[in-house]
Design a protein around this ligand. Structure first.
Ligand SMILES: [Fe+2]
Ligand SMILES: [Fe+2]
Length: 271
């Protein structure tokens, strides 16, 4: 049995099946928490995480331009939307374990690992909640093609923990805060209560993930005497392809420690 956190993380990353990956993720998170509570934390250690995590045979991964678009007003459109969310959640599980395993050469306080283990555990729950919704609606994760580009941000920032924090939690997960209320509305109007509840859980917990990103980004900037705002702008321009898209959820972004002068200058609607 692996006995460092980095090895546990790598075990999740190299497990392909979604339900198996998330079960392992949940078990490993519990093991980490238990070791912390006992005052005898697992060593962080080091590992060789794969450049790309293992993925199930289905869904087929397509270039985003080739993923068919469906109108969210139809039952098939709502299934497609949930399928896309499930795919995002599965990638998010891996992203949170990856930041743990990938950057072990950067010494970080224990709280850094506590936060990302908790986030990975929550993503595992999100994946399963959304898969349960798909199954209730007669579908399943893997039934439709999915976006192949989801891991690109991780690969692009595999050598740069500043870039990883800037792009993954502070740009991509923050974007989730912008779009989730609209998705909740779609399912509320359609009377799909199970999906409304799943998305509300996701929405509430994602604020925390963005906040962890902002917290540890600022921490590292402080350690290296970098000015966080221009550093963030430079990193996003370097690693993120395209402008940020308003409307922004200013309230939830603020709650997560992302002030407007971080993201507005990167948007495509700036004056
Ligand atoms: Fe999530
Ligand atoms: Fe998240």
């Amino acid at each position: 049995m692996p006995d460092t956190l980095a090895e546990l993380a790598t075990e999740v990353l190299t497990t392909a099946d979604g339900r198996a990956k998330t079960a392992l993720s949940h078990a490993h998170a519990a093991r980490w928490r238990k070791s912390r509570a006992a005052g005898d934390p697992l060593p962080i250690g080091s590992a060789s995480p794969p450049l790309r995590p293992a993925r199930p045979e289905a869904p087929e991964l397509l270039d985003p331009r080739d993923v068919p678009r469906r109108r969210p007003g139809s039952p098939q459109g709502r299934i497609a939307l949930l399928h896309a969310v499930a795919h995002i959640e599965l990638n998010a599980v891996d992203l949170h374990w990856d930041i743990i395993a990938r950057f072990t050469d950067v010494p970080m306080p224990m709280g850094f690992y506590d936060d990302w283990v908790k986030a990975a555990d929550e993503e595992s729950k999100h994946f399963n909640l959304v898969c349960d919704c798909l199954e209730t609606l007669g579908s399943h994760y893997g039934a439709l093609p999915a976006h192949a580009g989801m891991w690109r941000a991780a690969e692009d920032t595999a050598e740069d923990i500043f870039g990883r924090l800037a792009v993954v939690p502070m740009v991509l997960e923050a974007r989730g805060l912008d779009v989730t209320p609209g998705m909740i509305d779609i399912f509320r109007k359609a009377g799909v209560t199970q999906a409304v509840e799943a998305l509300e859980t996701i929405y509430a917990e994602e604020v925390g993930h963005v906040a962890y990103g902002s917290k540890w980004f600022h921490y590292l900037c402080g350690r290296h005497e970098k000015d966080p705002k221009p550093t963030f702008h430079d990193l996003v321009r370097h690693y993120f392809h395209g402008a940020l898209k308003p409307p922004f959820n200013e309230e939830k972004r603020a709650e997560a420690g992302l002030p407007p002068d971080f993201y507005w200058p990167l948007s495509d609607e700036q004056a």
